[in-house]
Design a protein around this ligand. Sequence first.
Ligand code: NAP
Length: 252
Amino acid sequence: MRLKDQAVIVTGAGRGIGAAIAKSLAREGAGVVVNYSRSGAAAKGVVRDIEQAGGNAVAVQADVSALSEHERLVAAALERFGRLDILVNNAGIEFRQPFLATTPEQWDSTLSVNLKGVYFLSQRAARVMLSAGGGRIINISSVHDTVPLANRSAYAVSKGGLGMLTKALALELAEHHIAVNAVSPGAIVTDMNSASLSKPDLRERLLARIPANRLGGVEDCVGAVVFLASAESAYVTGATIYVDGGLLLRRL
Ligand code: NAP
């Protein structure tokens, strides 16, 4: 076990990639705060799975875009586990809308969850980590931190910003022994995209762009996160690991 007796917060961990990350970190011995916004029953299911496998977890409701709710997450880690070693900023939203029709409300909600919430939850967590001598912040970004995506401009802007957030925080926090890194998935089948990926023509077009010739599953994302959470990555900060089956290699 690589994370024995450590404590972690995973945002948006009731389903999708976040749920797989929460379970994988628990398997490595970490106590996990399983954050959810609306998927309470699913988050409790993740906690049950972790406990049945011999791990330790607690489900905590908080909307990461509401800065006043962040304290609840940090307090839960400290109350339940007595510490906070790792924050995984996984919660994210996207919507499909051409740039010319995107509303200020859509922009605000996307940036509030995907970027502002990450920034200020990281600040709160880093203050605790700093006083304990160090920690890890891992941001779940996207290949769209690098390449734009038509009809999802606000999402791509938020992930591009998350790439710079990762580097900027890494720069400032390295002297406090807090490493800040990102994992950027490619096409991973989850609720976020299952509707569009079930369309055969779109699926085929996407597959043609992925050198590994398959879509990713949530389990494909966990290895990079465990590595960045563990002592094996002690000298890694400001980095982004792309988990995309080579998608970014094929631009034409
Ligand atoms: P998903 O299945 O749609 O799940 C989204 C998660 O984010 C849910 O757990 C949801 O929690 C949580 N969330 C949304 N708004 C929240 C808020 N305001 N506060 C707290 N939690 C909130 O998406 P996913 O595919 O697992 O995506 C997870 C991350 O990976 C996202 O950051 C996404 O951008 C990134 N990503 C995904 C892909 C992909 O292909 N799937 C590719 C690249 C990057 P509730 O259900 O409780 O609201």
